[in-house]
Design a protein around this ligand. Sequence first.
Ligand code: CTP
Ligand code: CA
Length: 240
Amino acid sequence: EHPGALRRDLEGRKVVVSAGGTKEALDPVRYLTNRSSGKQGYALARLAAQRGARVTLVAGNTVGLADPSAVEVVRIASALDLQAAMAEHAADADLVIMAAAVADYRPADVATTKLKKGADGRSEALESITMIENPDVLAGLVAARREGALRSESVIVGFAAETGDEGGTVLDYGRAKLRRKGCDLLVLNAVGDGRAFEVDENSGWLLGADGGESALPLGSKTAMAARILDAAAARVHATR
Ligand code: CTP
Ligand code: CA
């Protein structure tokens, strides 16, 4: 193998990647979303296909990214849509990567007609929106694997973007999140100062459920995708 040669280490494997933000409807014309660009998930899907995998990209809201070639793209809007799409497509996957930015909450009620202001120029429905928690899709996939709805040999990767504060460092929060989610690998991004969101470069750590930790140096999202797939593919090969 010469330098720069693309590994075909995912040949014959099925990889499912979620990417982008979810949109949570309030009425037929309004929704709530987040700043996810979708770039990291798209880079992972594109590279996994180049490395030989059969790839399904479950795509939410992005900054208008073009579909990667040779990848099946499934479009979703809400967290509930994402949950259903992942249950369907991840069932027979070898590798599942949850790069999507899932809304933690959604409006409790979705109006079927546009919410409008009254004669006084105000709308009670828009002044105070009651929100309810969305399901944790990643933790749900881990539970589904335990219950046999996903292949027991599948490898599940999560993402986290954390800031350090008086309660702990980025690494402390990342380690706790890895344990809480129960996934095999967590891609931990250090955010703050405009990093990670809406930019082309990230930095952080790769945390393994096996205790392995490695730094992810600042680099392009394509370079990050290569390192993430290296670590994930090693686990896929270790399981069978
Ligand atoms: N995730 C998910 N479903 C959710 C929320 C998050 O599947 N409802 C996934 C994300 O795709 C990501 C991982 O869980 O892979 C971590 O997301 P994050 O928002 O950092 O985790 P939360 O548990 O929502 O914690 P926080 O309170 O820090 O937002
Ligand atoms: Ca969250």
